[in-house]
Design a binder for this molecule. Structure first.
Ligand SMILES: NC(=O)c1ccc[n+]([C@@H]2O[C@H](COP(=O)([O-])OP(=O)(O)OC[C@H]3O[C@@H](n4cnc5c(N)ncnc54)[C@H](O)[C@@H]3O)[C@@H](O)[C@H]2O)c1
Ligand SMILES: CC(C)=CCC/C(C)=C/C=C/C(C)=C/C=C/C(C)=C/C=C/C=C(C)/C=C/C=C(C)/C=C/C=C(\C)CCC=C(C)C
Length: 590
């Protein structure tokens, strides 16, 4: 069966919005009961919790408008992406009363899931960092543990198989030595440079891994870490303003190796190594070998479901179909939110998991954009969105031992960052066959694409263009990797940047912020506090940026800073002013 669209397909037409669907609630329940029948996709108790959470809060909110200040929460979180859920659950664990408001029908945002014809698709990436059982950087594991959940995972033997220009094929093996041996075998003359570059990545990773990770905006913690681990903190402070490309160029001369490192960085930052902060590069280039990439059994969507259930278990609430349209300000302080249906909720603090462009462009009705946000927009622009193709195929089309994740850049290195230039492909059924009907695999294909390409088209032209562009991409994969691919397709849905904008509520469907020019590493990236008292941001437009593990860290940092401001964690108000002022100044020089 061939279909074009995105979850749910009946909603997908350029003129409809999620709010205009007729029976979203029954859709959510149907989906829940279907999931209950799945063998490994989640257990009954989990799903009861999820549905009850939604019903109980909706019940509470059934009164016309909740606008009495005595109904106050400690924190309202706008959005249930992994950033919002981690912030919410961490606060709930510390004893705060949290309300998460999600526009869509299920939690997770870009890390959500959807089901069609027996296939369970991850909405976005299936490459999960931070999901191991060791070290301090397994932030997904830790976020789940905090609310008493543990997920079964399947270790991925190969993080990604690169198929690059000039017939360069490199497998990033789970074992670091196997990966380095393979790379050095391709470029023996650069053995020393390769070892030095990845060696520095390890130095940074080990420093990160030695710290207890909390808010860098909270001075008691930050100075405490400097006191306990001065060398590691100074190492991080030294590399904070640096980018991977400059460091790679100190040791490596061969342009092909440098292009390979560009591709390594691009898949996690959507920009080349010259623009990728060294700390972020080190984090991903090492975590994949330290803890390894591990795929959650039942699909990535299980992480958000477990966090949402954990939130409720800890006495907090989550409300779906809750589209926040504005943050309520009282004498310049954020005190609550207003929903599209007129309801209002009040809280001591408000945390936005919407992008900063949406938070300050739509949700906050301030006369002027705060200087802080002007600075953010001076340094960062919206990264492009994606064209994504979710397909079900006959298993016979894949050769035995096919890797789970692939990155394809066929002939021309210079096309790395060009829209549709390179192709990401994940086949999660290689690791968890329960995601597809027997004898089938899932192919999730994505490539960068800009919203401008999809605007101003009639519905017919839009649908035809989707089909055409998707077909080109599939043909390229057929030529490069899997002969016969097109004839093996049993299911296909195509999402465009407009789809991402609609269903993930992300400005222009952006994947997150990317530096406008060469940045000073991570120095210019804002943390969680904002220029508005009581309003915090979390997610990928906060330090350290794009990525599920990155937004999980942002959630941990945010919860710590908010908890300190709520009096649930130690704080030192005099030091706060000094540190926050200093960090603000750093950002202006970035
Ligand atoms: N696009 C991909 O391929 C993909 C896939 C998986 C993970 N990721 C990673 O996840 C990161 C994003 O995670 P995140 O936690 O920052 O955010 P997110 O975009 O995943 O989630 C934000 C959530 O907030 C909700 N929301 C936004 N505005 C709202 C409003 N006004 N009212 C109510 N709800 C609202 C959205 O519906 C969404 O569920 C990305 O940087 C990316 O690295 C991306
Ligand atoms: C404050 C000051 C100034 C100073 C001080 C010093 C210090 C102490 C510092 C510290 C720091 C820290 C702690 C930091 C941290 C950081 C972190 C954690 C980071 C992280 C990061 C992460 C990341 C970035 C990630 C990302 C990822 C991603 C994006 C992924 C993606 C994926 C995909 C897309 C897939 C692909 C696919 C295929 C190939 C198919």
């Amino acid at each position: 069966m061939l279909r074009l669209g995105f979850p749910p397909p009946s909603l997908f037409s350029p003129s409809k919005t999620p709010e205009s669907q007729s029976k979203p609630h029954s859709f959510a329940r149907r989906r829940s009961s279907r999931c209950l029948r799945r063998k490994r996709g989640g257990n009954l108790a989990e799903f009861k919790n999820l549905v009850t959470a939604s019903i109980s809060v909706e019940g509470a909110a059934a009164t016309p408008t909740v606008d009495k200040r005595e109904e106050e929460f400690d924190a309202i979180v706008i959005g249930s992406g992994i950033g919002g859920l981690v912030a919410g659950t961490q606060l709930a664990v510390k004893g705060a009363r949290v309300l998460v408001l999600e526009k869509y029908l299920i939690p997770g945002g870009s890390s959500g899931f959807y089901e069609r014809d027996g296939f369970t698709f991850d909405v976005g990436s299936s490459v999960m960092f931070g999901f191991s059982d060791k070290g301090n950087l397994n932030l997904i594991t830790q976020a789940l543990e905090a609310v008493g959940h543990k997920m079964e995972v399947v270790p991925d033997p190969t993080t990604v198989h690169f198929h690059l220009a000039d017939d360069l094929s490199v497998r990033v093996h789970r074992e670091y030595d196997d990966f380095i041996t393979e790379l050095v075998n391709k470029f023996p003359h650069e053995k020393e440079g390769i070892n030095k570059f990845y060696g520095i990545c390890w130095k940074i990773y080990n420093a990160l891994n030695s710290l207890e990770l909390k808010s860098l905006e909270e001075p008691v913690y930050l100075f405490g870490q400097f006191f306990k681990k001065p060398v590691d903190c100074l190492t991080l402070a030294y590399y904070l303003p640096q980018n991977a490309g400059v460091i790679a160029r100190k040791f490596i001369k061969d342009p092909h190796v440098l292009s390979f490192i560009d591709a390594e960085c691009f898949i996690v930052s959507t920009v080349n190594a010259m623009k990728t902060p060294m700390i972020n590069a080190s984090m991903v280039l090492c975590d994949r070998h330290f803890g390894g990439i591990n795929y959650p059994v039942g699909g990535v969507g299980g992480i958000a479901k477990a966090l949402a259930n954990g939130l409720v278990d800890k006495g907090s609430q989550i409300l779906y179909k809750a589209n926040v349209t504005s943050v309520i300000l009282d004498q310049g302080k954020a005190v609550g939110v207003r929903l599209a249906d007129g309801r209002k909720f009040f809280s001591k603090t408000v945390i936005s998991n919407a992008t900063r462009w949406d938070t300050f462009g739509k949700l906050v009705k301030a006369d002027d954009l705060p200087e802080e946000e002007k600075n953010f927009q001076r340094i960062y622009v919206k990264a492009p969105s994606f064209l994504s193709i979710h397909m079900g195929v006959k298993a016979s089309v894949l050769p035995p031992d096919t890797d789970c994740h692939h990155f394809v850049l066929e002939d021309d290195w210079s096309r790395l960052e060009v829209p549709y230039g390179s192709i990401f492909l994940s086949i999660p059924t290689v690791l968890d066959s329960s995601l597809a009907p027997e004898g089938h695999h899932i192919l999730h294909i994505f490539t960068t694409s800009r919203i401008e390409d999809w605007q101003g088209l009639s519905i017919k032209d839009y649908e035809e263009k989707k089909e055409l562009v998707a077909d080109e991409i599939i043909k390229r994969l057929e030529n490069k990797l899997f002969p016969g691919l097109r004839n093996s397709i049993v299911f296909k849905e195509v999402g465009t940047p407009k789809t991402h904008r609609r269903f993930l509520a992300r400005n222009n469907g952006t994947y997150g912020p990317m530096p406008r020019n060469v940045p000073k590493g991570l120095l210019g990236m804002p943390f969680n506090t904002t220029a508005i008292d009581g309003l915090y941001c979390v997610g990928d437009s906060c330090f350290p940026g794009q990525g599920v593990i990155a937004v999980a860290f942002s959630g941990i940092m945010c919860a710590h800073r908010v908890a300190a401001d709520l009096g649930l964690e130690k704080r030192a108000p005099a030091l706060d002013t000094a540190l926050l002022g200093l960090l603000r100044w750093f950002r202006t020089i970035a």
